[in-house]
Design a protein around this ligand. Structure first.
Ligand code: HEM
Length: 410
């Protein structure tokens, strides 16, 4: 091939890549806007500001990945159990003892005792046990030429995971509606945390409603706590001497932490791979799967904001943050600064895996989340390339997500 023909080909490929990136970015922006307009506005406002900046009513806002990690790694100066952190929300629901579990030696012990359940191997076991059959059914339906709704499937799968973790046994385990309802209950609970960007203090009425939802989703915990084996979370809590109320709190945390984020990241990664045209790369080289999963998590950043309370005066990026102030880490912007979704992008040392946080609260379910996304990508590509034939963003949700993402084998 002549040099000019080669140049023309690579120009065409470049145009296609840029076009794909634009299409993907447009869909992502629509999702953020529909799901959480306040978050969308904050991300727009902070996009071109300094790496750390003070915003009226909100507090300090960090958009730089290295500074964000600096905050997350400094537990002495930045806490999550006080006003501004997610632990503060949990303490209002389950009492100060639950809040205390987010910090100190008890927190470290809890993580250490649960770690083996959440290794790569543990994650594969959990995902296969709770979801394996469902992925196989989805792949069969696609191979038969049916359309599947990946967003709905991701919610059912998340519900199945929660049912496993919380010892819930729906009357008819083959009925997906039971798992949709578990997901919906988690979503209702998470929605009660919406609007806490400026303050994490919950009004009494919201706490009352949240407790009703918790009573409902933890209805299987008591029996699980008494009977489950040590290979389960509930059994492990009992063996550690945690009492039933604390076990209910922890089980709820586990169930909620990975539900909306997991379903959102899964469906959005399926969409990104399609919109950028990069499913062809993955099909040609399945060894790119870990990259595809990592890039999906980086670009979608399903937990787009992490909050912390400033416990002691601290300097971050040349600014002095005072005890009592709040800091919001806009991980969505921090992770996306390096560029669009690219299955061939090498590991980015600045961000590492900031989509899972960092430091002592680094996501416990990271391996589970990665396994779920990989299983879904394997499922939708099992019969060759796939096509998105319809999509609809979710409205008014804590985590921006697809309400529907209809996919068919191409
Ligand atoms: C794509 C999916 C997920 C994303 C993006 C995600 C993200 C995060 C982030 C950012 C944090 C840190 C929050 C902070 O520092 O304030 C976190 C913590 C946590 N996540 Fe995940 N998560 C996901 C899935 C899961 C799953 C599937 C589980 C459980 C099966 C899970 C369990 C947890 C737990 C227990 C914590 C609290 C850890 C601690 O405080 O020590 N997550 N997650």
């Amino acid at each position: 091939m002549s040099a000019s023909a080669q140049g023309a080909l690579s120009h065409c490929a470049g145009v296609r890549v840029r076009h794909g990136a634009k299409v993907a970015a447009r869909h992502e922006a629509r999702l953020l806007w529909a799901g959480n307009p306040g978050l969308f506005a904050l991300l727009q406002a902070a996009r071109h500001t300094a790496p750390i900046q003070r915003f009226p009513r909100i507090g300090w806002v960090v958009t730089d990945p290295v500074l964000a990690r600096r905050v997350l790694n400094d537990a002495a100066c930045f806490g999550m159990s006080e006003e501004g952190g997610v632990g503060h929300l949990w303490a209002q629901l389950f009492g100060p003892r639950m809040g205390a579990l987010f910090g100190g030696s008890r927190h470290a012990e809890l993580r250490a005792r649960a770690r083996d359940l959440f290794t790569e191997e543990g994650a594969r076991t959990l995902v296969e046990r709770s979801q394996g059959e469902h992925y196989r059914r989805l792949a069969e339906r696609l191979a038969d030429g049916e359309t599947i709704d990946v967003a709905d499937a991701a919610r059912v799968l998340a519900g199945r995971l929660v049912a496993d973790l919380l010892g819930l046994r729906p009357e008819s385990p083959a009925d997906d509606d039971a798992y949709r309802e578990i997901f919906a209950a988690g979503e209702r609970l998470a929605r009660l945390a919406m609007g806490t960007t400026a303050s994490t203090v919950l009004p009494a009425e919201r706490i009352r409603r949240a407790r009703l939802i918790v009573d409902d989703i933890t209805r299987g915990v008591e029996e699980g706590y008494r009977t489950a084996g040590p290979e389960t979370i509930l059994g492990r809590c009992r063996e550690m001497g945690l009492d039933l109320p604390l076990t209910r709190g922890l089980a709820t945390l586990l169930a909620i932490a990975g539900t909306e984020t997991g379903a959102s990241g899964t469906a959005r990664t399926v969409a990104l791979l399609h919109d950028t045209g990069q499913q062809a790369d993955l099909l040609a080289d399945p060894g790119l799967m870990p990259n595809a999963v990592r890039e999906g998590l980086r670009v979608t950043t399903p937990a787009p904001v992490i909050g912390r309370a400033v416990l002691r005066d601290a300097e971050v990026g040349g600014r002095l943050l005072r005890a009592g102030e709040r800091v919001l880490l806009l991980t969505y912007l921090a992770n996306n600064a390096v560029g669009p979704f690219d299955v061939r992008r090498a590991y980015v040392p600045q961000t590492r895996q900031l989509w899972f946080g960092a430091g002592r609260h680094l996501c416990l379910g990271a391996a589970v989340a990665r396994t779920q996304i990989a299983r879904m990508l394997e499922t939708v590509t099992a019969a060759g390339p796939y096509r998105i034939i319809g999509r609809r963003p979710a409205r008014r949700v804590l985590v921006p997500a697809y309400a529907s993402l209809r996919v068919r084998a191409a």
